[in-house]
Design a protein around this ligand. Structure first.
Ligand code: GN1
Ligand code: MG
Length: 360
């Protein structure tokens, strides 16, 4: 084993002695392990410091967020940062790796895709709830853990630089995808310009509101908590809704090769809109409301650009598990953007009905 996991587990104040540490293959960024003690279970993670250049700020944000939520909702089924033996929020090992520990949320599951409208609605409600919980987070603004994370004009520029360099000589394999980015480049500037003009408010957003970042109760399907808090920072409400549209309106996987399976299911979208608006309808401004569907198109397009950029750069950011993995991911995102464009009007109508329902 690369890391002395039993030693690392002992650096945190667990209930009971750590007995077992097992790796689990989740997420594209951090390394995740489950720690079992005599009394309980925990999640141990190594923070990816290529992606998160300032992990101390990441943990400072997460401690504030989790403490605030836990002080508002009286339940043990919210994430809690487990303190280190000397009362810190993280442990830095001899090789400068950064480790953190959370409680393990029992009897709850995450899904990589959702087939049921009821679950989609509940998952979207939870991300709306999360935003509502953080409206009154006391103190200074959260740290920007990845600067310019959803700065899509910048993402587009970076794509162009990487394409020009073409270090892995892969541009020839992605001609259609590259052309699609250029044809649709205008998408990148819309929200960015609105924010610059102060027409869309910056709030606290999750910024990685993938469907598998919400935990639902295994038995009842009811929302339990939101996880993967590394990118919770100033952002737009519509980014989170957008990531839900990207990840929860299609039951195919993000890297599905059979593209005929990839499209936006309008009934899942309807459920998402209802769930999200149920929690956010009271505070979203008209400009935000009018850009919810656009957020879906933007975040999916941004993700297409990010996967394609990483493919062209030679797979340096996302973990890949097969050849062409980032290109496969690019293609599903492209298909989803097309599907959103085709159904945009209908989707906007469904958002409007969801708002009418909450104000009725
Ligand atoms: C990464 O680690 P994971 O899978 O939650 C990425 C997201 C992307 C997502 C694509 C910090 O999230 O921004 O949307 O992959 N996280 C970071 O599936 O870059
Ligand atoms: Mg993540």
């Amino acid at each position: 084993m690369k890391y002395d996991l039993p030693f690392l587990a002992r650096q945190f104040r667990t209930r009971g002695e750590p007995r077992e540490v097992a790796s689990i293959p989740v997420g594209h960024i951090n390394d995740t392990f489950i720690v079992t003690t005599d009394a309980s279970r925990y999640v141990l993670q190594r923070i990816n410091q290529i992606v998160f250049k300032n992990p101390v700020q990441v943990m400072a944000n997460i401690v504030r967020i989790t403490e605030h939520i836990r002080s508002t909702v009286a339940t043990s089924r919210q994430l809690e940062v487990i303190a280190t033996q000397d009362d810190g929020g993280y442990y830095r090992d001899a090789e400068d790796n950064m480790w953190r520990m959370y409680n393990f949320i029992e009897d709850a599951v995450t899904y990589d895709s959702l087939g049921s409208a009821a679950l989609a609605r509940e998952a979207a409600r939870m991300f709306g709830w999360f935003q509502r919980m953080l409206l009154d987070l006391p103190g200074p603004p959260l740290h920007e853990t990845i600067p310019g994370f959803h700065n899509t004009p910048r993402r587009l520029e970076r794509f162009q630089e990487v394409l020009k360099a073409d270090v892995a000589n892969r541009a020839k394999n992605a001609k259609n995808e590259i052309e699609f980015v250029f044809q649709n480049a205008a998408i990148c500037h819309v929200l960015f310009d609105l924010v610059q003009r102060g027409e869309v408010p910056i709030r606290i957003a999750h910024n990685d509101a993938k469907i598998n970042n919400v935990m639902l109760d295994t038995n009842s399907g009811q929302g339990v908590c939101i996880i993967d808090l590394d990118t919770v920072m100033p952002g737009l409400s519509v980014y989170d809704f957008g990531d839900l549209v990207r990840t929860a309106t299609c039951s195919a996987a993000e890297d599905e090769r059979n593209l005929s399976k990839v499209s936006v299911d309008i009934s899942l979208f309807d459920a998402l809109a209802q769930g999200f608006v149920e929690e956010t309808g009271q505070f979203l401004t008209p400009a935000e409301r009018h850009h919810l569907v656009f957020g879906g198109k933007l975040i999916t397009f941004e993700q297409l650009i990010r996967f394609l950029t990483d493919y062209l750069a030679g797979d340096v950011y996302y973990k890949v598990h097969r050849e062409g993995h980032n290109l496969d991911r690019t293609r599903t995102q492209l298909k989803l953007v097309q599907s959103i464009i085709e159904q945009e009007e209908h989707m906007n109508g469904l958002v409007e009905s969801a708002f009418r329902e909450v104000s009725a």
